[in-house]
Design a binder for this molecule. Structure first.
Ligand code: 5GP
Length: 203
Protein backbone atom coordinates (compact mmCIF):
# COMPACT_ATOMS: atom_id res chain seq x y z
CA UNK A 1 0.00 0.00 0.00
CA UNK A 2 1.68 3.14 -1.28
CA UNK A 3 0.75 5.58 1.49
CA UNK A 4 2.06 3.23 4.19
CA UNK A 5 5.28 2.44 2.31
CA UNK A 6 5.91 6.16 1.73
CA UNK A 7 5.41 6.82 5.44
CA UNK A 8 7.71 3.98 6.50
CA UNK A 9 10.43 5.41 4.25
CA UNK A 10 9.85 8.90 5.62
CA UNK A 11 9.38 8.18 9.32
CA UNK A 12 10.34 4.56 10.04
CA UNK A 13 13.48 4.01 12.09
CA UNK A 14 15.49 0.85 12.17
CA UNK A 15 16.90 -0.58 15.39
CA UNK A 16 19.50 -3.32 15.84
CA UNK A 17 18.04 -6.82 16.04
CA UNK A 18 15.65 -6.36 13.15
CA UNK A 19 13.23 -3.96 14.86
CA UNK A 20 11.43 -1.26 12.93
CA UNK A 21 10.18 1.70 14.97
CA UNK A 22 7.06 3.37 13.67
CA UNK A 23 6.34 5.39 16.81
CA UNK A 24 5.67 8.51 14.81
CA UNK A 25 2.48 7.22 13.14
CA UNK A 26 1.44 3.77 14.50
CA UNK A 27 2.89 2.73 17.84
CA UNK A 28 2.92 5.90 19.94
CA UNK A 29 1.72 8.96 18.07
CA UNK A 30 -0.95 7.69 15.68
CA UNK A 31 -2.02 9.05 12.31
CA UNK A 32 -5.78 8.47 12.12
CA UNK A 33 -6.00 9.43 8.44
CA UNK A 34 -3.42 6.80 7.49
CA UNK A 35 -5.02 4.35 9.94
CA UNK A 36 -8.35 4.84 8.18
CA UNK A 37 -6.79 4.37 4.73
CA UNK A 38 -5.15 1.15 5.92
CA UNK A 39 -8.48 -0.11 7.25
CA UNK A 40 -10.14 0.70 3.92
CA UNK A 41 -7.44 -1.38 2.21
CA UNK A 42 -8.08 -4.33 4.57
CA UNK A 43 -11.80 -4.10 3.84
CA UNK A 44 -11.02 -4.22 0.11
CA UNK A 45 -8.63 -7.17 0.48
CA UNK A 46 -11.00 -9.20 2.64
CA UNK A 47 -14.11 -8.35 0.60
CA UNK A 48 -16.11 -11.51 0.06
CA UNK A 49 -14.75 -13.15 3.23
CA UNK A 50 -17.35 -14.05 5.83
CA UNK A 51 -16.45 -12.15 8.99
CA UNK A 52 -18.59 -11.35 12.01
CA UNK A 53 -15.93 -10.13 14.42
CA UNK A 54 -12.53 -8.43 14.47
CA UNK A 55 -9.94 -9.80 16.90
CA UNK A 56 -6.66 -8.20 17.94
CA UNK A 57 -4.17 -8.13 20.82
CA UNK A 58 -3.66 -5.13 23.08
CA UNK A 59 -2.27 -2.58 22.75
CA UNK A 60 -0.94 -1.71 19.32
CA UNK A 61 -3.44 -3.80 17.35
CA UNK A 62 -6.42 -1.95 18.79
CA UNK A 63 -6.25 1.19 16.63
CA UNK A 64 -6.19 -0.56 13.24
CA UNK A 65 -8.69 -3.18 14.45
CA UNK A 66 -11.23 -0.62 15.58
CA UNK A 67 -10.98 1.22 12.26
CA UNK A 68 -11.73 -2.02 10.41
CA UNK A 69 -14.56 -2.83 12.81
CA UNK A 70 -15.98 0.65 12.33
CA UNK A 71 -15.96 0.35 8.54
CA UNK A 72 -17.47 -3.15 8.57
CA UNK A 73 -19.79 -2.29 11.48
CA UNK A 74 -18.59 -5.34 13.38
CA UNK A 75 -17.57 -5.78 17.04
CA UNK A 76 -13.88 -5.63 17.89
CA UNK A 77 -12.42 -7.85 20.62
CA UNK A 78 -8.90 -7.46 21.94
CA UNK A 79 -7.07 -10.27 23.69
CA UNK A 80 -5.80 -9.00 27.03
CA UNK A 81 -2.22 -9.41 28.08
CA UNK A 82 -3.02 -9.67 31.77
CA UNK A 83 -5.79 -11.76 33.24
CA UNK A 84 -8.27 -9.38 34.91
CA UNK A 85 -9.27 -10.58 38.39
CA UNK A 86 -12.93 -10.11 37.47
CA UNK A 87 -12.74 -12.15 34.27
CA UNK A 88 -14.23 -15.60 34.48
CA UNK A 89 -14.99 -18.06 31.78
CA UNK A 90 -11.92 -17.30 29.76
CA UNK A 91 -9.69 -18.81 27.15
CA UNK A 92 -5.97 -18.30 27.45
CA UNK A 93 -2.72 -19.15 25.73
CA UNK A 94 0.97 -18.31 25.93
CA UNK A 95 2.71 -16.01 23.47
CA UNK A 96 6.43 -15.32 23.16
CA UNK A 97 7.17 -11.66 22.51
CA UNK A 98 10.00 -11.07 20.07
CA UNK A 99 10.43 -7.40 20.96
CA UNK A 100 10.26 -7.93 24.75
CA UNK A 101 12.00 -11.32 24.74
CA UNK A 102 9.53 -12.82 27.21
CA UNK A 103 6.50 -15.08 27.29
CA UNK A 104 3.16 -13.71 28.39
CA UNK A 105 -0.39 -14.97 28.64
CA UNK A 106 -3.12 -13.58 26.41
CA UNK A 107 -6.74 -14.17 27.26
CA UNK A 108 -10.22 -13.60 25.87
CA UNK A 109 -13.58 -14.15 27.52
CA UNK A 110 -15.66 -17.02 26.15
CA UNK A 111 -18.48 -14.47 26.06
CA UNK A 112 -16.72 -12.61 23.24
CA UNK A 113 -15.17 -15.47 21.25
CA UNK A 114 -17.73 -18.14 20.60
CA UNK A 115 -18.39 -21.21 18.48
CA UNK A 116 -19.74 -20.00 15.16
CA UNK A 117 -17.70 -16.77 15.14
CA UNK A 118 -15.77 -16.11 11.95
CA UNK A 119 -12.97 -13.78 12.98
CA UNK A 120 -10.54 -11.52 11.18
CA UNK A 121 -7.35 -10.98 13.18
CA UNK A 122 -5.73 -7.55 12.76
CA UNK A 123 -2.33 -6.55 14.18
CA UNK A 124 0.40 -3.99 13.60
CA UNK A 125 3.37 -6.29 12.88
CA UNK A 126 3.94 -9.83 11.67
CA UNK A 127 7.40 -11.02 12.69
CA UNK A 128 7.82 -14.63 13.82
CA UNK A 129 4.10 -15.24 13.98
CA UNK A 130 3.94 -15.92 17.72
CA UNK A 131 0.98 -13.63 18.31
CA UNK A 132 -0.69 -15.21 15.28
CA UNK A 133 -0.13 -18.72 16.66
CA UNK A 134 -1.60 -17.66 20.00
CA UNK A 135 -4.66 -16.28 18.24
CA UNK A 136 -5.11 -19.54 16.29
CA UNK A 137 -5.01 -21.40 19.60
CA UNK A 138 -7.65 -19.11 21.16
CA UNK A 139 -9.88 -19.36 18.08
CA UNK A 140 -9.60 -23.17 18.12
CA UNK A 141 -10.30 -23.35 21.86
CA UNK A 142 -13.45 -21.27 21.26
CA UNK A 143 -14.60 -23.49 18.41
CA UNK A 144 -14.62 -20.40 16.18
CA UNK A 145 -13.24 -20.00 12.65
CA UNK A 146 -10.30 -17.87 11.56
CA UNK A 147 -11.34 -16.01 8.40
CA UNK A 148 -7.96 -14.36 7.86
CA UNK A 149 -5.19 -12.21 9.29
CA UNK A 150 -4.32 -8.65 8.31
CA UNK A 151 -1.05 -6.97 9.30
CA UNK A 152 0.01 -3.39 8.72
CA UNK A 153 3.67 -4.38 8.38
CA UNK A 154 5.14 -7.82 7.72
CA UNK A 155 8.85 -8.45 8.22
CA UNK A 156 9.42 -11.04 5.54
CA UNK A 157 12.92 -11.89 6.77
CA UNK A 158 11.34 -13.43 9.86
CA UNK A 159 9.47 -16.70 9.64
CA UNK A 160 5.90 -15.83 10.64
CA UNK A 161 4.44 -15.04 7.22
CA UNK A 162 5.74 -18.23 5.59
CA UNK A 163 4.58 -20.34 8.55
CA UNK A 164 1.06 -18.92 8.67
CA UNK A 165 0.60 -19.07 4.87
CA UNK A 166 1.75 -22.69 4.92
CA UNK A 167 -1.06 -23.36 7.37
CA UNK A 168 -3.45 -22.17 4.64
CA UNK A 169 -4.39 -18.94 6.39
CA UNK A 170 -5.38 -15.95 4.24
CA UNK A 171 -2.73 -13.39 5.18
CA UNK A 172 -2.72 -9.79 3.96
CA UNK A 173 0.13 -7.40 4.79
CA UNK A 174 -0.03 -3.78 3.69
CA UNK A 175 3.75 -3.25 3.60
CA UNK A 176 6.36 -5.98 3.44
CA UNK A 177 9.88 -5.37 4.74
CA UNK A 178 12.38 -7.59 2.94
CA UNK A 179 15.33 -6.67 5.10
CA UNK A 180 16.57 -4.31 7.79
CA UNK A 181 20.21 -5.35 7.33
CA UNK A 182 22.72 -2.62 8.19
CA UNK A 183 19.73 -0.62 9.40
CA UNK A 184 18.57 0.03 5.85
CA UNK A 185 14.83 -0.40 5.36
CA UNK A 186 14.24 -2.47 2.22
CA UNK A 187 10.58 -2.64 1.23
CA UNK A 188 9.12 -5.18 -1.17
CA UNK A 189 8.25 -3.55 -4.50
CA UNK A 190 10.45 -0.53 -3.85
CA UNK A 191 13.84 -0.19 -5.55
CA UNK A 192 16.63 1.13 -3.31
CA UNK A 193 18.84 3.84 -4.83
CA UNK A 194 22.64 3.60 -4.95
CA UNK A 195 22.87 4.90 -1.38
CA UNK A 196 20.66 2.13 -0.09
CA UNK A 197 17.72 4.49 0.35
CA UNK A 198 14.38 3.53 -1.11
CA UNK A 199 13.43 5.51 -4.19
CA UNK A 200 10.32 7.63 -4.04
CA UNK A 201 8.73 5.59 -6.75
CA UNK A 202 6.73 3.53 -4.29
CA UNK A 203 4.02 1.33 -5.73
P1 5GP B 1 5.28 -11.96 16.20
O1 5GP B 1 4.29 -12.38 17.24
O2 5GP B 1 4.77 -12.06 14.80
O3 5GP B 1 6.60 -12.63 16.38
O4 5GP B 1 5.58 -10.43 16.48
C1 5GP B 1 4.55 -9.51 16.29
C2 5GP B 1 4.36 -8.65 17.49
O5 5GP B 1 5.60 -8.19 18.00
C3 5GP B 1 3.57 -7.44 17.07
O6 5GP B 1 2.31 -7.46 17.71
C4 5GP B 1 4.40 -6.25 17.52
O7 5GP B 1 3.81 -5.67 18.64
C5 5GP B 1 5.74 -6.80 17.90
N1 5GP B 1 6.77 -6.55 16.88
C6 5GP B 1 7.46 -7.48 16.17
N2 5GP B 1 8.39 -6.91 15.41
C7 5GP B 1 8.29 -5.59 15.59
C8 5GP B 1 9.00 -4.46 15.06
O8 5GP B 1 9.93 -4.55 14.26
N3 5GP B 1 8.61 -3.24 15.50
C9 5GP B 1 7.60 -3.07 16.40
N4 5GP B 1 7.29 -1.82 16.75
N5 5GP B 1 6.92 -4.11 16.93
C10 5GP B 1 7.25 -5.36 16.53
Amino acid sequence: MKALKDRIIKDGRCFPGGILKVDNFINHQMDPILMKSMAVEFVRRFAGTKINKILTVEASGIAPAIMVGYLLELPVVFAKKRRPSTMENMLQTEVFSFTKNQTYTICVSKDYLQPGDSVLFIDDFLANGNAGKGIIDLVNQAGATLAGMGFLIEKEFQSGGAMLRQMGIHIESLAIIESLDNCIIRLKGVEPDGEGNNSNDVK
